[in-house]
Design a protein around this ligand. Structure first.
Ligand SMILES: Nc1nc2c(ncn2[C@@H]2O[C@H](COP(=O)(O)OP(=O)(O)OP(=O)(O)O)[C@@H](O)[C@H]2O)c(=O)[nH]1
Ligand SMILES: [Mg+2]
Length: 366
């Protein structure tokens, strides 16, 4: 039996396809027809925009994929979409969450996320892990850590782009955050592993930066870089449960004592340490109240608006740097000469400064 289009006997000669009917093989009776082209059709800009503004999570997910795409043909649509949804953005509380691997960031986000939902909020969670091309397991891990949250229709969870340089990751995460805001998510939680450069990128996207630590074998102030602590608006010692409560409280005092000696991450705001148990749901409301106090403080002192403005400037500047660099390295004159100059520098026939000067002269910028 064939599924090909077939014309009945009574059709006039030279009849067109409009007279054709198709015959289904018996084994397919009762099944949905198989589409000729099951590929997803491209969506138009206005379909993206309407879908996002009507809080359609499927459209939101597809729009994020568009943002993440490195294909040039997607870039224009993605950027037009950002422009279109800009008026609907900016109304969320943006929180960055960092900490050593295994500190309990994802578990904490599950607890905080459920607390927020119970209080009428709509949290969106973005997880950045620039190294996850290597450790692919973490995304799977996050799904299981945030099991209840990922089933809630009031939350949205998305692992962030893991490919490309950090500048690209920062831009894409920022734009993803804007899409989430336009789709009505009013708390954005961005998780990042605090072992690389990514926390600096996240700090340049969020309003409040939270560092999650665990109490260890007396080496509380080691293992995490001082630079990361200096970015934090609060330090949260997680896993303060069971036998750990005492050591967690000790760690909290230790941090509170040493935080006096560090510069404020946000002018006039005293970063302090707190404890919580993401598993037992203790200390979650307290830390959310700290975040709310911080928002009130920064709004009253205009730091909030100034910082967001500054962040937009950084967004523009980092994109500009990226574009200039790309253009520079694509230049044929650069491609032809850079290797030769590099060899001269390596063999001490030329100093690096002279090498730079020479290449800039060649491209006509000096
Ligand atoms: N006892 C206790 N265990 C916890 C708590 N929070 C998390 N854990 C456990 O710690 C382990 C790591 O938790 P995650 O939430 O995956 O930690 P993470 O910081 O997101 O880890 P990465 O994303 O891999 O960096 C899991 O086995 C959790 O069950 C807590 O409050 N108390
Ligand atoms: Mg995690």
């Amino acid at each position: 039996m064939t599924t090909k289009n077939k014309k009945p006997e009574w059709t006039p000669e030279n009849a067109g396809r409009e007279f054709a009917s198709s015959v289904m093989p018996p084994e397919t009776y009762g099944q949905a027809p198989v589409l000729q082209n099951p590929k997803k059709t491209e969506m138009t800009l206005s379909e993206y925009k309407e879908g996002i503004l009507s809080k359609d999570k499927t459209v939101l997910a597809r729009a994020i994929t568009l943002i993440e795409s490195n294909a040039e043909k997607h870039f224009d649509t993605a950027q037009s979409l950002i422009k279109e949804i800009m008026p609907y953005t900016g109304k969320s509380i943006r929180v960055g969450i960092t900490g050593v691997p295994g500190a309990g960031k994802s578990t904490f986000i599950e607890s905080l996320g459920m607390y927020l939902i119970a209080n009428g909020k709509f949290p969106a969670i973005l997880a950045i892990d620039p190294s996850s091309t290597v450790s692919k397991g973490s995304i799977l891990g996050d799904k299981t850590r945030m099991e209840t949250l990922s089933k809630s229709d009031k939350a949205f969870i998305r692992p962030s782009p893991s490919s490309g340089n950090l500048g690209g990751v920062g831009r894409k995460t920022r734009e993803t955050m804007l899409l989430c805001e336009a789709a009505g998510f009013d708390v954005i939680l961005i998780e990042t592993v605090g072992v690389g450069q990514s926390e600096v990128t996240v700090r340049s996207i969020v309003d409040f930066f939270l560092l999650i630590l665990i109490s260890g074998a007396g080496d509380e102030l080691q293992g995490i870089k001082k630079g990361v602590i200096e970015l934090a608006d609060a330090i949260l010692i997680n896993k303060a449960d069971g036998e750990n409560i005492v050591t967690a409280e000790t760690a909290k005092s230790l941090y509170n004592n040493s935080l006096h000696y560090l510069a404020d991450a946000t002018p006039g705001w005293k970063t302090q340490a707190y404890t919580c148990s993401a598993v037992e749901n203790t200390g979650i409301e307290d830390i959310w109240n700290v975040i709310l106090d911080f928002i009130t403080y920064t709004e009253n002192t205009r730091i909030f608006g100034d910082r967001r403005q500054q962040q937009t400037k950084v967004w523009f500047e980092s994109m500009l740097h990226e574009a200039v660099l790309n253009q520079f390295y694509k230049d044929d004159i650069v491609k032809i000469n850079i290797e030769k100059i590099l060899q001269d520098i390596i063999s001490n026939d030329m100093t690096p400064v002279v090498g730079v000067k020479k290449i800039m002269e060649l491209v006509g910028k000096v």
